[in-house]
Design a binder for this molecule. Sequence first.
Ligand code: ASP
Ligand code: MG
Length: 412
Amino acid sequence: MASLVVQKYGGTSVGSIDHIKRVAERIAETRRSGKDVVAVVSAMAGQTDQLLKMAWEISDAPTQRELDLLLSSGERISSALLTIALNAIGCQAVSLTGRQIGLQTDNKHTRARIKQIDGERCKRYLEKNHVVVVAGFQGVNEHGDVTTLGRGGSDTSAVALAVALNAEQCEILTDVDGVFTADPRVVPDARKLEIISYDEMLEMSGLGAKVLQLRCVEFAKKYQMPLIVRSSYNNHPGTLISEEDPNMEQPVVSGIMYDKNQAKITVKGVPDQPGIAAKLFNALAEASVSVDMIIQNISEEGHTDISFTVTTEHLADAMTEVNKVNEEINAETISADASISKISIVGAGMRSHSGVAALMFQTLSRENINILMISTSEIKVSCIIDEKHTEQATSTLHEAFDMKTDPVQIPQ
Ligand code: ASP
Ligand code: MG
């Protein structure tokens, strides 16, 4: 069999009839270069949101099973249209839904996880020289009901299919040229990264990078599937996401991320005794509020303060829980602040360099930007700052770590 590439086209790339025709041309060109192609598509831009909106206009709590059936229709439309476009230009193609490619998931409607894919039907069509166009984002559960994989889930469909079909690589075609050192809207001289490791991309997706669904990167890492993020509008090579090359010098910092979607809750003057934090964070966990950073002050006269961050969507729920728990823990005050943001630097080179966090703190302090909270991992440093400094912090850090050119050398 010829070498196989799985290409995933995002919502904007198939956002109109003209766009769909252009994608068909691009696929036909790849075919002419001698490769087999499986194309996985998202719904046309905005369609998933529109479908959701209709459901919410009818009910505050639409049944999850029906939501999945509804949402999966977006990808059916785009896959059928793209296949019609391919056939119209003489490139033999066939469209398949999640069920037809045998994508089995668990039962968690609207955020299902893939259990297995039976790629047999895809393989049969590939052997008959067809391009296979797959409706992304969807599968079926053990009852045969349609499920969807969570927002952005077509990325994960594409990687899982690439693994099942033993593809040489999985390309994610989108409306940007690849993964950048920082948001180009904030840092005009942000650079496109040529290569980045799975671990770095995992951190970035976890920090809110929208280019790839987090689960898609987890999948690619698990099965060592090379991922390429590139533009569907040009032929630039894009960013390769793969295993770290131990022989290569890693940049100290590969990317700077910011997330304004953060809020901080401070619980002041709680008794400094065992069990308080457990009560607080248990209640939050039970309400499915995920907590990111936590700090607890040194206790004074038997009392202490606890601050933690949640995403802004979870703020209201978190406050409800904290107020409930407060009947037991008797804090002096509880306050919330949604005008904060998280700024993070990510880089595999941090493993072997010291002084990275220090340079970050110095840079922020030189700009008079106060750091409210800090957290670190092996390859990441995040700081919570006042939201109004987000852009300034991003561009000065980009400058300080000299990211528009080569990796900065930090004096040891
Ligand atoms: N259409 C779905 C969404 O908007 C899935 C995807 O685009 O990957 O989330
Ligand atoms: Mg997406």
